[in-house]
Design a binder for this molecule. Sequence first.
Ligand code: NAD
Length: 517
Amino acid sequence: MATAILDFGIEKALEQLGVSNHNKGTSTGSDWFSSEEKISSYSPVDGELIGTVETTTAADYEKVIQTASEAFKSWRVMPAPQRGEIVRQFGEELRKLKEPLGKLVSYEMGKSYQEGLGEVQEMIDICDFAVGLSRQLHGLTMHSERPGHRMYEQYHPLGIVGIISAFNFPVAVWAWNTALAWICGDVCVWKPSEKTPLCGIACQHIIAKVLKENNLPEGISCLINGDYKVGEMMTKDKRVPLVSATGSTRMGKIVAATVGERLGKSLLELGGNNAIIVTPDADIKMTVIGAVFGAVGTAGQRCTSTRRLIIHESIYDKVKNAVVDAYGQLRIGNPLDENNHVGPLIDKDAVKGYQNALEKVVEEGGKIVVEGAVLSGEGYESGCYVKPAIAEADNSFKIVQHETFAPVLYLLKYSGDIENAIDVQNGVAQGLSSAIMTNNLREAERFLSYAGSDCGIANVNIGTSGAEIGGAFGGEKETGGGRESGSDAWKVYMRRQTNTINYTTELPLAQGIKFDL
Ligand code: NAD
């Protein structure tokens, strides 16, 4: 292992998390199963092999589903607040292991250590949220049209929730799903991204310890590993009533069709193409901070990363110059070193996607205003470090319509009224996050109105990235329509039942229908 990494305490972090050089990849809790095939996890930080993970075979998947089905029978009858207590303990374990887990996230995925810690903090926050929610899984009561009748609705657990997650939030997305699913009485089977499998191993060890200490059965939290073929085992399996899938729109379309074919439920959290509208009334300093963090944070690999800046023509040059100046100050390098702003992309395929975007935008008539580059030499040996780039472009360009998962920011100019900017903002296939920078109340309200942004997230005077767990998270159109995390997102993890109780000696029918015998 490279010395630089030893300096950042990665080896110690792996040890604390129970991650070794060779890991079994299938687990029902404390039980782990061996297999022949494995995936290797290389760090984008320095290109080193961190460890291998054995993939899940069809036979092992079968054992996982049977164990999970069995566990569901006892887990669903445990009172929800007691399930909340388990999630509380899980949150406590995460607090203890926040630093090593944050480090592993940073080293395996490539985001900054600060963002790694932030991701673990999100896990802790959703646990806290879920604990409170475990006492509030409430339905409505309604007045019956029939005398002496009572009507209400209640929510029951669904069963096995399958979770398929993306590389860029290798631990938080799992927690957003599991913390809620568990208090709802469901059991979970998780397939992490094949690009960040060690984060999955670490998380499984953490929850397995909590479940064991509470004498809970195997199967409440299960882990499977591998590529899309292992994901397909769940999407095709009718014993998995809900599949929550986070990743590209390409993947979401396949998952939705496969789960839909068997009339299962899917919760889809897919790609974004997020924009900030900058109006003549914008605070330029705030705009620059919001835009630059949104575009280059996590090296442009957040689903909510800012990809488009839609700037009014009257302030276009001013905003452009300020953003270009800010890019001049960015430090690119090892994300574990807190002095750097931008870490690596996940792998060399992502680097190709970045290079392709920069070529395409020029081919389509755009103009590069901050040159991109793939960095090489000392500190950049992994070949995954790129220079954040900016191009002037038009919303109609094919490449602008496409989500490039890299730090490429497009500047788009609008003229006239705010409606024109909203049309540009909405003029893409995706609908995840959006923002407006303005001190003009009318513009802000029009942006948030029914004729405004068509995204799942619409912000005023903050950027597009960095959502809080208290709100429901997700997007419209090709982002998939799913909602996770806060608000009433828990309802998707449960089935709703309407109950009508007759406490009379008569049997009146609804709608006044008579059926006299
Ligand atoms: P990806 O689509 O390549 O892979 C995501 C996951 O889906 C992986 O675990 C993969 O193995 C699995 N998968 C792929 N094809 C599958 C199939 N046919 N059946 C079952 N499983 C399958 O995405 P990625 O490169 O890991 O992540 C980047 C993408 O994720 C971006 O588009 C980003 O916007 C999106 N994302 C969205 C959100 C959100 O909340 N909306 C959050 C994070 C990432």
